[in-house]
Write a protein that binds this ligand. Structure first.
Ligand SMILES: [Zn+2]
Length: 365
């Protein structure tokens, strides 16, 4: 099988990147269709529109209704066509960015995504999650290419709620361990081939960056300011983790995350918070050395990611609930089967319960 690595064509990051990107966007199109929800349009719309206008790029801004559904995508495409725009810009969170990617794909136009938070590694990827109008999962759309440009304005991201940046660190925490598992198993990644050493190295750099800069970055975000550590964590959460997961692959941690989504009491958690606990469970599942487990426990405690079931909100009927989570984790087609050894619901159940006790013991030191 071929080795494949893919990435966005351009990645920009820094304070006020959402204004300065116009210089690069003009090479993609001379007119853009810009979407954001009301909150984000107030927060960042002016910066983005000024950035385009200052380079003589025309644009039409349109309100995103909040759901990445085929109905909403088609509604926006109709407006885009009326205005004859030659490119798409999405500003905001995952659903807005996914909608912008879908519009670009269907209309064969260049796509610029401008995340206003660094809470997941999804922005750089060549996929969208499509929901029904009622907000239920419908399908994944996998595109032939990644966004043409990803723009991270750290001045905006530093002002977002700290818990979102920390959740992004949780999503990034799993990247190295899942990439390594996929590499060892010679699994097929989302990019459609085996992992390159390049993608594996970015995944490792992602993990090393979290350990070195995570706590400092959380404090900067708490103060609402941009520091070098915050810059490095935004890059790790978005770019390093993004290439790492897409071009190396997902394995135990994300499958265990998916298992936890069946529990009502976990619905208040962000994606990356569940992924962090899933990472701890994967380490137990693969019997990682105690030193490595303690490094991860220490990191989670320092930045504020959950390491016990109680912190995840799971407090009663634990055995039965975790068996149900383990069964969902091992469903056919789940990425748990990318682990380099056979995994069963029983072994996942055992790993989660042991991870919980390791977490409890760590917090009680
Ligand atoms: Zn993730």
């Amino acid at each position: 099988m071929l080795k494949v690595i893919q990435s966005p064509a351009k990645y920009l990051q820094g304070p006020d990147a959402s204004t300065l990107f116009g210089q690069y966007a003009k090479n993609l199109a001379d007119s853009f269709f810009v979407i954001a929800d009301d909150f984000v349009m107030k927060l960042a719309g002016e910066k983005v529109l000024n950035g385009l206008h200052s380079h003589d790029i025309s644009c039409h801004a349109e309100r995103f209704n909040g759901e990445c559904s085929h109905v909403e995508i088609n509604r926006l495409i109709a407006i885009l066509k009326k205005h004859g725009c030659r490119g798409v810009v999405g500003i905001g969170g995952g659903k807005t960015l996914d909608t912008a990617k879908a519009i670009g794909y269907y209309q064969k136009l260049p796509v610029v995504v401008i995340p206003t938070i660094a809470s997941t590694d999804a922005p750089t990827s060549a996929l969208s999650v499509i929901y029904t109008e009622a907000g239920e999962f419908e399908e994944y759309l996998i595109y032939p290419k990644n966004p043409d440009m990803v723009v991270m304005d750290t001045a905006i991201i530093a002002k977002a709620p700290v818990r979102l940046l920390v959740a992004g660190m949780g999503d990034a925490l799993s990247t190295w361990f899942e990439a390594k598992a996929c590499y060892d198993a010679r699994a097929t990644s989302m990019a459609g081939g085996q992992s390159t050493v390049a993608a594996l190295s970015l995944a490792r750099l992602c993990y090393d960056t979290l350990l070195a800069e995570g706590e400092k970055a959380r404090l900067a975000a708490q103060a609402g300011v941009v520091t070098d550590a915050l810059e490095r964590i935004v890059e790790a959460n978005t770019y390093l983790s993004g290439i790492g997961f897409e071009s190396s692959g997902l394995a135990g941690a994300h499958a265990i995350h998916n298992g936890f989504t069946i529990l009502e009491e976990c619905h208040h958690l962000y994606h990356g918070e569940k992924v962090a606990f899933g990472t701890l469970a994967q380490l137990v599942l693969q019997n990682s050395p105690m030193e490595e487990i303690e490094t991860v426990l220490n990191f989670c405690q320092k930045v504020g990611l959950p390491v016990t079931l109680a912190e995840m909100g799971v407090k009663d009927d634990i055995d039965g609930k975790i068996m149900a989570v383990a069964k969902a984790t091992c469903a056919e087609g789940e990425t748990i089967h990318n682990m380099p050894f056979p995994v069963t619901p029983e072994s996942v159940h055992a790993a989660i319960l042991t991870a919980d006790l390791l977490g409890q013991q760590w917090l009680a030191r």
